[in-house]
Ligand binder design. Structure first.
Ligand code: CA
Length: 223
């Protein structure tokens, strides 16, 4: 399966350089030279990776990256003209997967593109994507950001996310969490869910993961 890299670059010479080297490695490319049309293009064509220049006519790379992250986790490699800019961009937490500084070596670009593609297509090394749960260390992170959860919240998200789409009643959730058969009322689960959702929303406001099913219970779905 050939992968497609979208090159967003207003200097044709640089875009050609990216294209030639990526093609040699069997990677298809598309090229856009104006920032204003990128977001819609990505929505329609869903490329496998985006090489995104920071300074662009129409709309800058920073804004484009932010807008794309609202609906897509497509890998993005930002290309900047100054190395100091990378620090600033990292601080902004844009959700880009890597950064390359101009002048770049085309070979290095290809290597980085392939590394990011590998990460994003190989599930076991998928990182910074959506929800990640490490049961051994009681660690959960969402889009690369650690979720600071209580033991009950951690169990809730682990149980629900193990079966996306499956509806769990409050009783089922309580049975799994309170194995000592303590008497807890329904509302306990509701309040834990409420707090859990708040923590998820704090890091990823556009991501709803835990859905209420009216009169029944809850389910996990990445929507
Ligand atoms: Ca530029």
């Amino acid at each position: 399966m050939r992968q497609t890299v979208l090159i967003v670059e207003d200097e044709q010479r640089l875009a050609d350089l990216h294209r030639d080297y990526l093609r040699k490695d069997g990677i298809e490319t598309c090229w856009l030279d104006n920032g204003a049309i990128v977001v819609n293009w990505v929505r329609e064509h869903a490329p496998d990776l985006i090489l995104l220049d920071l300074m662009l006519p129409g709309k800058d790379g920073l804004e484009i990256c932010k807008e794309i992250r609202k609906f897509s986790h497509v890998p993005i490699i930002m290309v900047t003209a100054r190395v100091e800019e990378i620090d600033r961009l990292l601080g902004l937490d844009l959700g880009a997967d890597d950064y390359i500084c101009k002048p770049f070596s085309p070979r290095e670009v290809v290597a980085r593109v392939k590394a990011v593609l590998r990460r994003s297509t190989h599930p076991s090394v998928k990182r910074d994507r959506r929800l990640y749960i490490d049961k051994e260390y009681y660690h959960a992170s969402l889009n690369g950001k650690k979720l600071d959860l209580t033991a009950v919240e951690f169990q809730l998200i682990t149980i629900l996310s193990a079966r996306p789409g499956q509806i769990f009643s409050r009783d089922q959730l309580m049975d799994r969490i309170y194995t000592d058969k303590r008497i807890v009322c329904d509302r306990t689960i509701d309040s834990h869910i409420k707090k859990l959702r708040k923590k998820i929303a704090a890091g990823s406001p556009d991501l709803a993961l835990i859905h209420s099913v009216y009169g029944v219970g809850y389910k996990y779905e990445e929507a």
